[in-house]
Design a binder for this molecule. Structure first.
Ligand code: F0G
Length: 412
């Protein structure tokens, strides 16, 4: 499928962000033996021009040279990336900023940004000879991993917090043939179980701890810069903090490659009931105080111990940005506003970006003449149960009743 894409000769390593140990790209570990997070790093950033990149399809693998998967690896792809960047027409007047774009990640093959990370990490898993992949998930990672694993011919096991995963995501994992293990407890407990499993058995872990997930997810930054340049702000929902770290890495690499000249400010948004990073940021802490019983309607980001916190905090501080939290009520209002002012259906976690922007504007952190990209991480269809929280104009009528209703609506 990507035979037309130049196969790069890459100089890159996997490096621990804590102890700086370096490993070969073929190394299977996903965390360092010191416990630190691993990151793929270029020894030398590839030389590229926009015109070369733009000669290829607007999809994730357009940026092949900046994704250092070895050139012999078979790419497991479902055509992810190249998602719409939609210029807001009505919301912009509501929040009073120069330009607001919404990066609609719900348009990815399984309906969330996770597909960006999975095409890369599952390709690596396959290349490294993995037969069984595993993840803890609030739902989207499970849906995406099981789809890509199916395509790669691997078995997938997903560990999920019982009763807390949105229906659409469960349907997907079941349909793609994953083995579903529900545990009593939160996502954080599920991730602990994954760590224990990985210590004992030959499984490949595909949570966002995995540095290859980050490599895929950073392409969102490439696409935004490719289409409209670097915005002043990029607002990102935060759970584990993997995606916001990835997006920052993407913008930094573009600048390093000389493809852009500026960096955006990052605004990370958590749900108030699951906001250890926002709280740490507010208090100026270097290490977050974890939340034991996270609770929010935005189940995708119902996370109390975000594993990527060191890179997320670092990214946000480096960018001169902010971390904040929004209430469930604000999330639902933002979800409705995106749907009813712009025609964009997003799941609750994804609406935190608009709710966050509204707050940023109220607190005058974002200026009237700044441009903003809101990352809408997942599709509304993922979580049909939230319908009960929204106003609905529904009628059960006879045919005469229908005539009367329409007469009233059209106003004659
Ligand atoms: N938005 C959605 C729709 C998500 O599913 C997630 C994470 C996030 C935002 C937060 O991203 O964790 O990289 O900061 N979902 C994971 C999952 C935890 O299991 O699907 P993050």
């Amino acid at each position: 499928m990507h035979g037309d894409v130049y196969a790069p000769n890459i100089e890159a390593v996997i490096k621990c962000i804590k102890c700086s140990s370096e490993f070969n790209l073929m190394d299977k570990r996903i965390v360092c033996s010191c416990g630190g997070l691993l990151q793929v790093e270029f020894k030398k950033i590839p030389e590229l021009t926009w015109s070369v990149l733009r000669g290829r399809a607007f999809k994730l693998w357009r940026y092949r040279e900046l994704i250092p998967v070895p050139s012999e690896a078979q790419i497991i792809s479902l055509g992810e990336g190249g998602t719409p960047l939609i210029k807001s027409v009505r919301l912009k007047d509501l929040v009073h900023v120069k330009e607001v774009y919404i990066k609609f990640e719900g348009a990815n093959p399984t309906g969330s940004f996770k597909d960006r990370g999975m095409t890369v990490a599952v390709s690596m898993a396959k290349y490294l000879g993995a037969r069984v992949v595993v993840c803890a998930s609030t739902g989207n990672t499970a849906a995406s991993m099981s789809a890509y694993a199916a395509r790669a011919g691997m078995k997938s096991i997903v560990i999920l917090p019982k009763g807390k995963v949105a229906k659409g995501k469960l349907v997907q994992a079941v349909l793609h043939g994953a083995i579903l293990a529900f545990i009593d407890g939160s996502f954080d407990d599920a991730l602990r179980a994954v760590t224990q499993v990985a210590e004992r058995y030959p499984v490949y872990v595909l949570n966002s701890l995995n540095p290859w997930r980050i490599e895929g997810q950073k392409t969102l930054a490439f696409e935004v810069a490719d289409e409209v340049g670097v915005p002043d702000w990029i607002v990102v929902p935060v759970g584990n903090g993997g995606n916001i770290s990835a997006i920052w890495k993407g913008f930094k690499e573009l600048k390093e490659a000389g493809l852009t000249s500026k960096l955006p400010k990052l605004a990370g948004v958590q749900a108030s009931g699951a906001a250890p990073l926002a709280r740490a940021f507010r208090k100026g802490l270097n290490v977050p105080e974890f939340v034991n019983n996270p609770e929010t309607i935005a189940t995708a980001i119902r996370i109390g111990r975000p594993v990527n916190w060191p890179r997320a905090l670092k990214a946000i501080r480096e960018s001169g940005g902010v971390l904040m939290d929004v209430t469930d009520e604000e999330i639902l209002k933002a979800q409705e506003a995106l749907a009813r002012f712009e025609g964009l259906g997003v799941e609750p976690a994804s609406a935190t970006s608009l709710a966050g922007l509204i707050k940023l504007k109220e607190e005058e952190l974002v200026d009237r003449d700044e441009s903003v990209v809101l990352v809408a991480t997942g599709h509304a269809l993922k979580d049909p149960d939230v319908i009960k929280y929204h106003s609905a104009d529904i009628h059960y009528l006879s045919s005469e009743g229908v005539l009367a209703l329409v007469r009233e609506v059209v106003g004659t």
